[in-house]
Design a protein around this ligand. Structure first.
Ligand SMILES: O=c1[nH]c(=O)n([C@H]2C[C@H](O)[C@@H](COP(=O)(O)O)O2)cc1CO
Length: 247
């Protein structure tokens, strides 16, 4: 049976007591993973905010796919724009959910764009709104992943594919079954590393990351932080279940 260790917040909680562990279950809201040497894992922040873009007024043909994408993104953080994947949003009315009219939609979305840590856009169905969001997100310095399903006799806009910037503005041609791997790479290799040095202790965000953490190189201090042996913070842990047989 595991032992619950209550999570606490902030560097002030540390008392210097550290114990080496060889196995534990980390439970972060929205993410949990069992560690066991010599396994390597990646840990994502629970409060990462993701802005998902997809066509609305330009056509809702891919709305089911958007739903599956939003569900997958939920493993990495909070999707700020779930309405993009809402089948009830048809794009044929000037209103959308609780947003009353275009100005309100625009203002809300630009605020959410400012707030997010990463942008993921499904760009197969060309959409003025999505193109605009990507331009704004790029100007705000967001880390962006564009997903495109190659089409016969069609090319993705050069203003998307040509905006490629390593680790910052990425376009991936894909088939749906490849999405888990694409997301894993994007969030661990692009998003996590970028936010590594900007931890906000009050909100837990963005939380420092280590793309591939070997458990044998880590230590748990018992106070809700998981660190590497050189004391680098790797994750804030909400609750921990120690695995006795591995201790
Ligand atoms: O009702 C809306 N709500 C909304 O959030 N958007 C945003 C989010 C989508 O990623 C993008 C879709 O743009 P468009 O409607 O031009 O396809 O714009 C767009 C609309 C309608 O233009």
């Amino acid at each position: 049976m595991g032992r619950e260790v209550p999570a606490r917040r902030g560097p002030g909680d540390r008392d210097g007591t550290r114990s080496k562990i060889t196995g534990l279950v980390l439970e972060l809201s929205g993410y949990s993973h069992t560690l066991g040497a010599p396994e390597c894992v990646s840990i994502m922040p629970s409060k990462l905010k993701i802005y998902f873009c997809g066509s609305i007024r330009a056509g809702r043909g891919d709305v089911d796919l958007y739903g599956r994408i939003v569900e997958m993104l939920g493993a990495y953080g909070k999707v700020l724009t779930p309405f993009v994947a809402d089948k009830a949003v048809m794009g044929t009315s000037p209103e959308e959910g609780t947003a009353r009219g275009d100005k309100e939609i625009y203002d809300r979305d630009m605020e959410l764009m400012g707030e997010c840590h990463a942008v993921v856009a499904e760009v197969t169905q060309p959409s003025l709104g999505v193109g605009y969001e990507l331009g704004q997100g790029s100007a705000m310095g967001k880390t962006i992943l564009c997903l495109y399903r190659p089409q016969q006799d069609k090319l993705l806009s050069a203003m998307i594919r040509g905006a490629e910037q390593k680790g910052k503005f990425i376009t991936r041609d894909y088939k749906e079954e490849e999405l888990p791997k694409i997301f894993e790479e994007f969030f661990t290799e692009c998003v996590a590393i970028k936010h590594k040095d900007s931890l906000d202790w009050d909100t837990y965000e963005p939380i420092a990351q280590h793309p591939r953490l070997s458990v044998t190189a880590g230590a748990f201090n018992g106070f809700g932080m998981y660190t590497s042996t050189n004391n680098e913070l790797l994750a804030v842990v909400h609750s921990v279940v120690l695995i006795p047989q591995l201790l």
